[in-house]
Design a protein around this ligand. Structure first.
Ligand SMILES: NC(=O)c1ccc[n+]([C@@H]2O[C@H](COP(=O)([O-])OP(=O)(O)OC[C@H]3O[C@@H](n4cnc5c(N)ncnc54)[C@H](OP(=O)(O)O)[C@@H]3O)[C@@H](O)[C@H]2O)c1
Length: 221
């Protein structure tokens, strides 16, 4: 696979799961963190847990990871996003930036959505990084499932974005992971609905005591 994927906040649950799966698919991955040491530890953990895999993976600070990457994936919480974006303008110019961020809150013990300072988190990213090709994807896939290579994945990854080529490339990233299918969902304004699906997923998971995901039907008729 060509192209370097930089995962910012890649020491966390979703970031590590994506790093593992993208590495397994043959991509070169750079994990970003606020701390180079944390990033290095996350890389060593993945390597030691998967000695069978021939990883091309490294760890560094978020800004350097964005600079080194061809595609930048954001896997931090909404509350930390704006401070992170402030460091990334030059590093992301002309690049695909993928927002995975659900503005999730558990206020009062119930899953709900934080107010977002734009129509969607992804559109907020686009406002802060006007020269980047922002897409929204990977909102509904479970980090725990991504991190468990023993459990087959079986779900769709909906991808929103205004740049069609970028959208197709990000759908291709999902397609590179066995069991996932990237499905183009439309322009970036649709990201709002992808970001909201997490509340439904959490409810489904609770009711069915399962890790659920989405499949779109009727695509190939
Ligand atoms: N978990 C899932 O199953 C899942 C699924 C779909 C989407 N998502 C989305 O993915 C994002 C991350 O979720 P997660 O569960 O992976 O969270 P997480 O495990 O808490 O990881 C988030 C990462 O953010 C970094 N971070 C913490 N505080 C920060 C700050 N003040 N500024 C910048 N970075 C900071 C940390 O990395 P360092 O300390 O190394 O900097 C941390 O590893 C969320 O927006 C979530 O909505 C998660």
């Amino acid at each position: 696979m060509s192209g370097i994927i930089g995962i910012l906040g890649g020491t966390g649950q979703l970031g590590s799961g994506l790093a593992l799966r993208f590495s397994q698919a043959g991509y070169k991955v750079v994990i970003g963190s606020r701390s180079k040491d944390n990033a290095a530890q996350a890389v060593e953990k993945l390597k030691s847990e998967h000695p069978e895999l021939n990883f091309d993976i490294s760890g560094t600070d978020n800004k350097t990871a964005a600079a080194e990457a061809d595609i930048v994936v954001l896997t931090v919480h909404y509350e930390h996003l704006v401070d992170l974006l402030a460091q990334l303008k030059a590093e992301t110019n002309g690049k695909i930036v993928v927002s995975t961020i659900n503005p999730l809150t558990f206020a009062g013990g119930k899953a709900g959505l934080l107010p977002v300072a734009a129509n969607s988190v992804a559109e907020l990213v686009q406002e802060h990084l006007p020269e980047a090709k922002v897409t929204a994807a990977f909102h509904t896939v479970s980090a725990a499932l991504l991190s468990n290579l023993g459990k087959p994945l079986d779900e769709d990854i909906l991808v929103a974005g205004d740049d069609k080529a970028a959208r197709q490339e990000v759908a291709g990233l999902a397609n590179a992971i066995p069991g996932l299918q990237g499905v183009e969902a439309g322009p970036l304004r649709i990201a709002k609905y992808l970001e909201e699906m997490i509340v439904l997923i959490i409810s489904l998971n609770r009711v069915h005591k399962a890790q659920t995901g989405f499949r779109v039907t009727g695509l190939h008729e």
